[in-house]
Design a protein around this ligand. Structure first.
Ligand code: DC
Length: 231
């Protein structure tokens, strides 16, 4: 029988990690978990409760209520990931600029991280999982058989994000997107709890000049080697 492994895909925001992680999981028949969607869901939930205002977060209210928050991720037949909080479907709402602007702050709260890391570890208990995020290869699954660290030039990432949002009919400003990407890179790499760092044993994938098909082919070849135990 072919052994199942754990695949951790970490890297900067808007590098296309989720798209390639999902495609890799579909190819392997593995469970796909978008851990960023979990941090976005907590952010949306805190905003909807009124605990996040212009420059203040009511951390006490947020952390006290966190254990009662019900968060579900389900993948539909067509590979679409549905996010439900307390039974409400928030799949699209977590992708808004408002959530994007707040999520790094929420993700730096230690209680939020330990709450979500515990859920993520449970999801990976049976192996056969591809999870993407910032600390998957370093904190969530330090024993993952394959770790990938994804990076790309910030201007290229901003242009991809701009094209994606305008294609959905959203009116957005390129400079706003670029500064949001730069802010998130800074916050993700400088926070004191679980900052984004490349795991020592990660393979680096720089996709500044790569298309999705090429990246996926490379990832599949790495996954096959890791499954055979030839990291
Ligand atoms: O991957 P994403 O852009 O949807 O992630 C949203 C935010 O969540 C990002 O700014 C950093 C944070 N995050 C994190 O701190 N740890 C993770 N494992 C995943 C995401």
């Amino acid at each position: 029988m072919i052994r199942k492994i754990t695949i951790a895909i970490d890297g900067y925001s808007s590098t296309g990690k989720s798209t390639m992680a999902k495609a890799l999981a579909q190819h392997l028949g593995y469970l796909y978990v978008d851990s960023g969607a979990m941090y976005r869901a907590v952010t949306w939930w805190a905003m909807s409760r009124g605990w996040v205002s212009d420059d203040l977060i009511d951390e006490a209210a947020l952390t006290q209520n966190l254990p009662d928050m019900s968060l579900e991720l389900t993948t539909l037949g067509d590979g679409i990931l549905e996010v439900l909080v307390d039974g409400a479907r928030i799949t699209e709402a977590i992708r808004s600029m408002e959530v994007a602007q707040r999520v790094s702050q929420i993700a730096s709260i230690p209680e939020v991280r330990s709450f979500l890391v515990a859920k993520q570890q449970l999801m990976g208990l049976r192996k056969g999982v591809v999870m993407d995020g910032r600390d998957i290869g370093t904190v969530v699954f330090p024993q993952a058989e394959l770790k990938v660290f994804v990076q790309a030039d910030p201007q290229v990432r901003a242009q991809r994000r701009y094209d994606e949002l305008t294609a959905k009919g959203q009116i957005v400003d390129f400079q706003d997107i670029l500064s949001n990407i730069n802010d998130r890179d800074y916050q993700d790499t400088h926070r004191s709890v679980s900052p984004l760092v490349q795991a020592k044993d990660a393979r680096v994938l720089d996709n500044t000049h790569m298309g999705m098909a090429e990246q996926l082919a490379l990832l599949i070849s790495w996954a096959e080697l890791a499954i055979q135990g030839e990291h």
